[in-house]
Design a protein around this ligand. Structure first.
Ligand SMILES: [Fe+2]
Ligand SMILES: [Fe+2]
Length: 369
């Protein structure tokens, strides 16, 4: 048979396979097993002022109760909405920003998604309860609510409190493992005095009574900003990491692994004027600017940020950060690195061309629909 006849015969054969819900791998191997990560996730950036204004408006429109358990406005990555991925920042990560007003209670529930909170603004008195441990939320704190732990939020203070929620919504949906359960009461019973775990573990030690416990969930649930800041000051006496500046992972004190088993969390300090080298990695991230002014170049596009803003680093995308201000900048990031590492999927590559820094080809501006 000549080559053309052979191709026609194979095409006809593929049609017959399709009729019986089968397929020829020789035609589709490249689409299934790509040479590099392929995805629809585009970088995006949201301004804090826009989010904050909308949240305050929602505070006037919406009360809290069992009909609306949380007053949250989520980041919708426009590139993922096209494929119906509602509430996706990346294919694995969700990020919402929550507002709690004085006197309110966001009722207790639990779910199989892992969750973290990063406190953006508030003058004190707001708290989260995790399986009966009450912990107060102050600006810059990271709070864990591990999968399937009961959690509610309340507010004894006098000013609105805003925080970032990070959950592995897309990951759990892909793995078809989503469960949710409301608690029969608004508040889960308290197990003791507030901030027990901070008192026991916050200095990077563990209580001797916990020696035999190893693994997840982390016994420490609140990583206080003043401790993290102190750790970054210590690191600042040495050379910065070329890709991340002075940066730390939040860890589980019993194992040294990621604070949450599935959600990775980092804090990085970029000294005034510091510009990192570009690299890319399989894990994706949602960044929140705790403090500072600068920009991040992602695949040749410049994303300018200031205090409070959020932006996305998609998988396998070159990125570098530049602090253009005259103060230190602090960037918090939520990522899916622990999952990628656990599954043996994580890879990292430094940019070698152009002295390891990207050429800026365009500048991001927000798109309105
Ligand atoms: Fe929740
Ligand atoms: Fe990175």
């Amino acid at each position: 048979m000549n080559p053309e006849g052979k191709r026609k015969a194979l095409d006809a054969f593929a049609v017959r396979l399709g009729e019986d819900h089968l397929g020829p791998l020789w035609d589709n191997l490249g689409a299934m097993i790509t040479r590099q990560p392929e995805h629809q996730v585009k970088p995006y950036l949201w301004k804090w002022k826009t989010i904050r204004d909308y949240l305050l408006e929602s505070g006037e429109l919406l009360g809290l109760g069992r009909e609306s358990e949380r007053r949250v406005i989520y980041l919708q990555n426009p590139s993922l909405l096209k494929s119906g991925k509602i509430g996706y920042a990346t294919d694995t990560l969700y990020t919402g920003i929550q507002l709690l007003l004085p006197g309110e209670v966001a009722p207790s529930h639990r779910h199989s998604q892992a969750a973290i909170r990063f406190i953006i603004e508030g003058s004190g008195g707001a708290y989260t309860t995790v399986n009966g441990e009450k912990t107060y939320m102050e600006r810059g704190d990271l709070i864990l609510t591990p999968p399937w732990t009961w959690h509610d939020h309340g507010h004894e203070g006098s000013e609105p409190v805003f925080w970032m929620d990070g959950l592995d919504v897309g990951l759990v949906k892909t793995l078809t493992g989503s469960f949710f359960e409301p608690y029969h009461d608004d508040k889960y019973p308290l197990s003791g005095p507030p901030d027990q775990s901070t008192a026991r573990y916050a200095s990077g030690v563990r209580a001797i009574s916990e020696r035999r416990k190893h693994g997840y969930p982390s016994p420490l649930i609140n990583y206080k900003w003043h401790h993290i800041r102190q750790a970054l000051e210590g690191l600042s006496r040495f050379e910065p990491d070329p890709f991340d500046g002075f940066a730390v992972d939040y860890i589980n004190p019993t194992s040294g692994g990621s604070a949450d088993a599935r959600l990775g969390t980092t804090m990085q300090k970029l000294a005034a004027g510091y510009r990192t080298q570009a690299h890319r990695h399989v894990h994706s991230a949602v960044y929140h600017v705790l403090e500072g002014t600068g920009y991040t170049v992602i695949n040749g596009r410049k994303f300018e940020w200031e205090t409070g803003d959020f932006f996305i680093i998609p998988p396998w995308s070159f990125h570098e950060h530049h602090n253009t201000g005259n103060q230190d900048a602090y960037l918090f990031a939520l990522n899916d690195r622990p999952v990628m590492e656990l599954l043996g999927l994580e890879q990292e590559e430094a940019m070698t061309e152009n002295g390891g820094q990207q050429l800026v080809e365009s500048v991001f501006t927000p798109e309105t629909v």
